[in-house]
Design a protein around this ligand. Structure first.
Ligand code: NA7
Length: 538
């Protein structure tokens, strides 16, 4: 160990982030007897559910599968109150987990990791924080989340606006009083939908700036009573198994249903049944052809368009809200509750920013090509630099000082989203080219990744080794496999954060592995079973 490193605090592992992945990773590594410290930029645990405090924030996965499976006690003790819990409940759950397993004592809050440098001579990472501290760790796990770097469009005149601007992911803890205010919302993705439907009847006037209309599914969100909870609890062992064996880590799956085998009547009936489930079942438990076959996708899209149109009073408004420029399911499908009814209100105005683009922000509000919209508050529901954004904003330097941002400049590469060649002993969760990056019920895929990382670290230590690293060959093979599958789907034909096209200058590339969470898990298990095939150890 060199002099500089030996003067640093020595740890076995550093975990970055205290959301779903970070909390579990801290727990599993500690259970193995490692000295671990987690760093979290927020003042509390929860990750996404800590930061995104905007009105109406809610989970689009059913609570009974949006949870940890590792502790029977936890499964017994935690009571979900409804099918799709609000942000506050999910944050409470993650706090409950942190308390139950005494995780806080090893989490340093209000601390952002700014740099991590690999030292080849010691085979250790030096991790630096914004508090000016540095730590030396053998292993580094980035639990930094896939949607944690918010994006605000660089509209000219931003600073001239005299009102309040807010990004949904940086919502103040103390809340914002929107009553009696003229509010603008830019963005109609999953976040915008939740904000708009929640605040429409609270504000004096709401102006929604929509660039792309989205397909949505109405959420069915019953409250749970003790009987319902008991019934779900009885299913937990089966559900724990089930979610690991489906395409997207949910309890529902495509199964054997083939759209082309059905008569038109059967198609309509099946679609209606899936629709009535009030969940993402219609999308990722429906027909797999939705991702591959343009004609079938169009038929399914038509069904959804009709369901949307019939709820909107003004046909001109409906023309704007009904998506026509892309196929259903090729971007994230939000669940909604009375979203379209919000646009039937007199105090809500929809502005189509493709027809009348936003030109600039002014002192009073937003100037589009058709005129000025005066606002007191402007909410940016404008999304994130997904997948890579958070990792490339940290000064991560692997072998030969190569900055991760530069390593990815000519194209993203990862080995199963878990490692990058040239960055030994560094692991990632929710990173590009794994299903966790987008096509998964996030806790299912994060637990699988954390378990794999934990086993891998255990393997290195038990063999008396110091490092493990994906080979360039294995990485190239995985990337080629990822790209091949991605290009078989319709997803690359549509602009979305899935493709990185929401970030200026980001080369279009499907971020998430589309082979299925089940297939991915098997691939990860196979690597492990073959003694970490495709990885070199030292
Ligand atoms: P998304 O899904 O990336 O949505 C961002 C929205 O903001 C989307 O409607 C964008 O329109 C819109 N946007 C972004 N920049 C602009 C500009 N310059 N002008 C007008 N409109 C703009 O982010 P979310 O936060 O809703 O959701 C992210 C994920 O979090 C979600 O998928 C869930 O998995 C949880 P566009 O569609 O690009 O035309």
């Amino acid at each position: 160990m060199n002099q500089v490193q030996s003067s640093l605090q020595q740890l076995d592992a550093v975990v970055v982030g205290a959301g779903f992945a970070g909390l579990y990773q801290l727990h599993t590594l500690r259970e193995q007897g490692l000295s671990v410290r987690a760093f979290e930029a927020g003042s509390g645990v929860g990750g996404t559910w800590y930061w995104n405090r905007y009105p109406g924030a809610r989970v689009d996965s059913q609570s009974y599968i949006y949870q940890y499976w590792f502790s029977d006690d936890l499964l017994k003790e935690w009571n979900w109150s409804e099918r799709f819990p609000a942000r506050e409940e999910t944050e409470r759950y993650l706090n409950f987990v942190a308390d139950k397993f005494d995780l806080r004592e090893d989490i340093q809050f209000n601390t952002r990791v700014t740099a991590a440098t690999y030292d080849e001579s010691t085979q250790r990472w030096t991790v630096t924080t914004d508090k000016g501290e540095s730590f030396s760790a053998q292993f580094l796990v980035m639990g930094t989340g896939g949607l944690s770097t918010p994006m605000v469009p660089p509209f000219p005149g931003h600073d001239t606006f005299k009102g309040l601007t807010l990004h949904t992911a940086h919502w103040p803890k103390e809340g914002v009083d929107l009553k009696g205010k003229r509010v603008g919302v830019i963005g109609t993705g999953a976040t915008g939908v939740q904000v708009i439907q929640t605040i429409a009847d609270q504000v004096k006037h709401l102006t929604v700036f929509q660039r792309t209309a989205n397909y949505t599914i109405p959420m069915l969100n019953p409250k749970y009573d003790d009987a319902m909870r008991a019934s779900l609890r009885a299913q937990y062992p089966a559900l724990k198994e089930r979610v690991q064996n489906t395409f997207a880590g949910f309890d529902y799956d495509f199964g054997d249903k083939n759209f082309h085998d059905l008569t038109p009547e059967e198609r309509q009936r099946t679609m209606q049944t899936l629709w009535d489930d009030g969940s993402l079942n219609f999308w990722i438990g429906g027909f797999k052809e939705v991702f591959f076959d343009e004609a079938i996708n169009e038929e399914i899209s038509k069904f959804v368009r009709q369901r949307i149109r019939e709820r909107i009073k003004d046909p001109k408004v409906a023309d704007k809200l009904v998506p026509t420029d892309h196929g259903f399911g090729t971007r994230r499908v939000p669940l909604e509750t009375l979203y379209y009814e919000a646009f039937n209100r007199d105090n809500v105005l929809l502005v189509d920013t493709k027809a009348t683009p936003i030109e600039r922000m002014t002192e009073k509000g937003i100037q589009t090509s058709a005129g000025e919209h005066e606002l007191d508050i402007l909410i940016f529901a404008t999304g994130f630099d997904a997948g890579t954004g958070t990792l490339t904003r940290i000064d991560i330097r692997g072998r030969d000082g190569l900055l991760l941002k530069d390593a990815w400049a000519d194209g993203i590469r990862t080995t199963m989203g878990l490692q990058v060649h040239g960055y030994p002993n560094m692991f990632m969760t929710m990173a590009p080219f794994s299903p966790a990056a987008a096509f998964c019920n996030v806790p299912t895929c994060l637990q699988q990744q954390v378990d794999w990382i934990t086993d891998c670290i255990q393997f290195v230590r038990s063999q008396g080794l110091k490092s493990i690293e994906a080979t360039a060959e294995a990485e190239a093979k995985w990337v080629a496999h990822h790209d091949e599958l991605a290009n078989l789907t319709l997803i690359p034909k549509t602009k979305s954060w899935y493709m990185g096209t929401n970030v200026k200058g980001k080369p279009p590339r499907l971020l998430a592995y589309v082979g299925g969470a089940n297939v991915y898990r098997q691939a990860c298990d196979d690597v492990k079973a073959r003694g970490y095939e495709g990885f070199t150890t030292a």
